[in-house]
Design a protein around this ligand. Structure first.
Ligand SMILES: NC(=O)c1ccc[n+]([C@@H]2O[C@H](COP(=O)([O-])OP(=O)(O)OC[C@H]3O[C@@H](n4cnc5c(N)ncnc54)[C@H](OP(=O)(O)O)[C@@H]3O)[C@@H](O)[C@H]2O)c1
Length: 327
């Protein structure tokens, strides 16, 4: 498994996404909790040392499940990242939220604390003051952001006394807007954490317009008829390359992502079998021809930009369909 340096830590280039744990937004029931524990424990056995979660996932349950599953684990060999839900992110609220997260995670000092979305109302300088307090009070070792444009990331960095080490953004073969962040990240020792690396399952090739998933994925335009059609050339190329590697399309989609320097991909898994498949993608080396082919075929489908402030505002103030929730 390739490693990516994040702050003072050598992280596995394939991490584990934690939005699925607790499963409220994905439509799994509470009986799934035992499988969540098995996924986390198996991930660690297989050499995954980077786990992502957020206070917003299943109303804090994802953090609590990770905390339970890691009880007794060598925490200094793991890097657990969580995120602040930035609703009125004043310094006091940020410190209280960080304290609650570390308690759910059963960790004195979290490895990475991130602002989940830009908040257009509270100035970034005020938010960074709160983030700095979290670090100074020993609640988190590193600070990061999520869904920030390059200029917003750089501004957050300037406001903080020390680097904003990472920006977690949607990045996959169907959404390549995050590539605008990569040169700066690489030149400055920062990391792009790629979320929805499988386009929420679309890049597995298993979904079609008469077989689209529900739950939070009803919000994902990748699963509309137009989205599914636009993805087909990319999925065909993934299938062909996968055959040569005796792999699956989703493994090739992950191998393509971590072919980029300073990128950690954090696929979520519904079960241990998916997790094992995702981890094995860390051993696949694409040839330069295969990499170039995927770049070329995905250019049209993947030209979508980064999700940033306007979409955040939209998500805050528009009604969501029943069953859908914030990511
Ligand atoms: N910062 C943010 O705003 C933000 C937003 C979204 C996600 N995230 C983070 O990123 C992580 C990953 O993103 P995501 O969950 O949105 O999408 P994803 O990782 O692209 O897709 C996950 C889903 O794909 C399917 N899948 C995964 N591995 C598979 C395999 N090997 N074979 C077949 N199907 C497979 C599973 O669902 P099915 O089996 O039901 O298809 C799984 O729930 C999250 O867990 C979360 O930690 C962050």
């Amino acid at each position: 498994m390739r490693k990516v340096r994040i702050g003072d830590f050598e992280a596995s280039a394939i991490g584990l996404g934690g939005w699925q744990f607790g499963g409220k937004e994905w439509g799994w029931d509470s009986a799934h909790r035992a499988e969540d524990h098995r996924i986390i424990q198996r991930a660690i056995e297989l050499g995954i040392n980077f786990i992502d979660t957020a206070e917003g996932y299943s109303k804090g349950e994802s953090e609590a499940i990770i905390g339970e599953a890691l009880e007794g684990a060598a925490r200094d060999q793991l890097f657990v990242a969580t995120k602040l839900m930035p609703i009125m992110p004043t310094p006091g609220r940020i410190v209280r939220a960080a304290d609650a997260s570390r308690k759910r995670l059963r960790d004195e000092c979290m490895d990475l604390y991130q602002i989940h979305w830009p908040n257009p109302v509270v100035p970034i300088g005020t938010q960074m003051k709160g983030m700095r307090m979290v670090r100074e009070q020993g609640m988190a070792r590193h600070l990061g952001v999520s869904n920030f444009s390059l200029s917003a990331w750089q501004k957050a960095d300037r406001c903080l006394d020390g680097p904003v080490i990472s920006n977690q953004v949607q990045y996959n073969l169907l959404r390549r807007g995050a590539e605008k962040l990569l040169p700066w990240a690489e030149a400055n020792g920062r990391v792009v954490i790629a979320y929805s690396p499988l386009a929420q399952g679309m890049l597995t090739g298993k979904y079609s317009s008469d077989n689209a998933p529900g739950g939070c994925r009803k919000m994902n335009t990748a699963f509309t008829s137009a989205g599914i059609e636009a993805a087909q050339p990319t999925i065909t190329a993934l299938r062909e390359i996968a055959q040569k590697h005796d792999a699956t399309p989703s493994q090739i989609a992950l191998a393509w992502l971590i072919h980029h320097p300073n990128v950690i991909a954090i696929p979520g898994a519904r079960n241990v079998a998916q997790l094992e498949q995702n981890v094995a993608a860390g051993e696949i080396n694409l040839s330069e021809d295969e990499f170039a082919r995927l770049n070329e075929v995905s250019t049209t489908a993947g030209k979508g930009g980064l999700k940033t402030v306007p979409q955040f505002v939209g998500r805050m103030f528009t009604r969501r369909p029943a069953g859908a929730a914030a990511s």
